[in-house]
Design a protein around this ligand. Structure first.
Ligand code: AMP
Length: 422
C-alpha cells in the first residue's frame, strides 16, 4: 500500500454505508415533515466568515481550521461547521427579504483539525436544521423537538437534553467580568489553557475537561441573565414542559461557538465516553449582524452523523437492508455482453436491482459472488439461450429453475417473490 487515508478521516462503504443511507433517509423525511427544505452551501468559504461568525477566541477558529490560500492569494477555509455558511447564503441570496421564518436543513462533511479519537474525526458529517427569522421561544422548542426526534426515528430510547441559557450581549459582558473576578481566586487550580484564555474568553472554562472541580464553584450565568433572556428561558421551559419534552438544566453548559445567545443545548449519549455529545445547538440572534445583515434572530442545531451511527441501537429499523441485489445476470462463454447489458437494463426498468457478471471466471466463483451480493435470482445467458432470446432463471432460495423468454423474466421474478410473500 502506497497511500493511506489522512489521519482522522474514514472510508465509508458496505453495510455501514447502507445504514448511513437509511439513517439519512429517515432524518430527511422527519425534517421535511416539519417544513424544512434543504440548503447546500460550498464546502469552503472565505476564512473571515468563520472568524467573524464562530469567533476568534474559540478552539475551532484558533486551532482547528483547515485554512489555505488559493492561487490568487485569497484565504479560504474548509467549513468547520455549517451555520455560518447558511446565514451567509441566506443574506447573500436576499432570502431575508421574504420575511417570516425560513427553515432549512443541511447535511454534509465538516472539517476540524482536532486530535482524532473515538467519535472525533478531522472530517466528520453533520446534519442540522436552522430556523431563521423568529425570536419566539416556541421555535427553540421546535428545534429541540426535531433534534430529539432524529434519534427516536432511528430507534434510540428517549435521550436527555441538557439545557442552558448563555445570555446575550446585554447580560453576558457583565457576567464575564464577574467570572473573571471569580476565576482570579482559583489561579493555581486552573489548567494552563484556562489560565491563558481566562481573560479573553472566560466562559470557555465551562467547556474544559480538566478544570471540573473549579467549574462547580464558579457563578452560574443563569443567575445573571437580563430580563429578556430570563423570560425567554422560562417561557422555553414552559413550552417544553407542556410538550412533555424531557430536559435537564445544566448551568455549566456552554458551546464551542461564540455566536450562541440565550438558548444552548446538547443531546448526550451515555455510551459515547469522553465525546458524549450526539448533537448540539441553540439560538444565535446576533449572527446575521456579524455577517453584515440586519438583526435577524435564529435558532438551530447540528448532529454528528458518525456519533449517531456509532451508537445506533441494534433494533434500528433499516430499510435498504444490506445492499442486496435482486438479480445477477451470469454470462456463460465469451460473447453476448451486449445482450446481457441490454437485458439488465430492461429488468432495471421494471424496478429490479441487477448485477451483471460478464467475467471469464469459473461458474462456481460466479455463483459464489451472486450469493454474496444477496441476489435472489440468477439469470444464465449461454450461447444457446442467446440464440433463442431466452435465459435460464434460477431461484437462488429454492434452487428451482426455468427457461424463459427475455420478456417473461421480470414477471416471473415478481410472481416468485409474491409467492414467498416478499
Ligand atoms: P458542534 O458543531 O461543535 O456544535 O457539534 C455538533 C455535533 O457535531 C457534535 O455533538 C458531534 O456529534 C459532531 N461533531 C463535532 N465535532 C466533531 C468531530 N471532530 N468528529 C465527529 N463529530 C463531531
Amino acid at each position: 500500500m502506497k497511500f493511506s487515508r489522512p489521519r482522522g478521516t474514514n472510508d465509508l462503504f458496505g453495510e455501514r454505508m447502507e445504514r448511513w443511507h437509511d439513517v439519512e433517509g429517515r432524518i430527511v423525511r422527519l425534517v421535511r415533515g416539519y417544513g424544512y427544505s434543504e440548503i447546500r452551501t460550498p464546502v469552503f468559504e472565505m476564512t473571515d466568515l468563520f472568524i467573524r461568525a464562530v469567533g476568534k477566541a474559540t478552539d475551532i477558529v484558533s486551532k482547528e481550521m483547515y485554512t489555505f490560500s488559493d492561487k490568487k492569494g485569497r484565504s479560504l477555509t474548509l467549513r468547520p461547521e455549517n451555520t455560518a455558511s447558511v446565514m451567509r447564503a441566506f443574506l447573500e441570496n436576499g432570502l431575508h427579504r421574504k420575511g417570516g421564518i425560513s427553515r432549512f436543513y443541511y447535511m454534509g462533511p465538516m472539517f476540524r483539525y482536532d486530535r482524532p479519537q473515538a467519535g472525533r474525526y478531522r472530517q466528520f458529517h453533520q446534519v442540522g436544521a436552522e430556523a431563521i427569522g423568529s425570536s419566539n421561544p416556541a421555535v427553540d422548542a421546535e428545534i429541540i423537538d426535531i433534534s430529539l426526534s432524529i434519534y427516536s426515528v432511528c430507534g434510540f430510547p428517549p435521550l436527555d437534553v441538557r439545557l442552558n441559557s448563555v445570555g446575550c450581549p446585554v447580560c453576558r459582558p457583565a457576567f464575564k467580568e464577574i467570572l473573571i473576578r471569580s476565576l482570579a481566586g482559583y489561579g493555581d487550580e486552573l489548567c494552563q489553557n484556562c489560565r491563558e484564555r481566562g481573560m479573553v474568553n472566560p466562559l470557555r472554562i465551562f467547556d474544559c475537561k480538566k478544570c471540573g472541580e473549579v467549574k462547580k464553584k464558579l457563578p452560574f450565568i443563569t443567575d445573571h441573565l437580563c430580563r429578556e433572556c430570563g423570560e425567554h428561558f422560562s417561557r422555553l421551559q414552559e413550552i417544553l414542559d407542556g410538550l412533555g419534552i424531557r430536559y435537564t438544566l445544566d448551568p455549566l453548559l456552554v458551546r464551542g461557538l461564540d455566536y450562541y445567545t440565550k438558548t444552548a443545548f446538547e443531546i448526550i449519549h451515555p455510551g459515547l465516553g469522553a465525546q458524549n455529545a450526539l448533537s448540539g445547538g441553540g439560538r444565535y440572534d446576533g449572527l446575521a449582524e456579524d455577517c453584515g445583515g440586519g438583526h435577524i434572530p435564529a435558532v438551530g442545531f447540528s448532529a454528528g452523523m458518525e456519533r449517531l451511527l456509532e451508537t445506533l441501537p441494534e433494533s434500528f429499523p433499516g430499510e435498504t437492508g444490506d445492499g442486496r441485489v435482486d438479480v445477477c445476470i451470469i454470462l456463460i462463454g465469451d460473447s453476448g455482453s451486449m445482450q446481457a447489458l441490454s437485458l439488465a437494463g430492461r429488468l432495471r426498468e421494471s424496478g429490479l436491482s441487477v448485477l451483471t457478471d460478464l467475467s471469464g471466471r469459473s461458474m462456481k466463483k460466479k455463483l459464489g459472488a451472486a450469493s454474496e451480493a444477496g441476489a435472489g435470482f440468477a439469470v444464465f445467458l449461454g450461447p444457446d439461450e442467446l440464440e433463442r432470446e431466452k435465459a435460464t432463471v434460477k431461484n437462488m432460495m429454492t434452487g428451482s429453475q426455468e427457461v424463459l423468454a427475455f420478456d417473461g423474466i421480470g414477471p416471473f421474478i415478481e410472481r416468485e417473490r409474491d409467492n414467498r410473500g416478499e
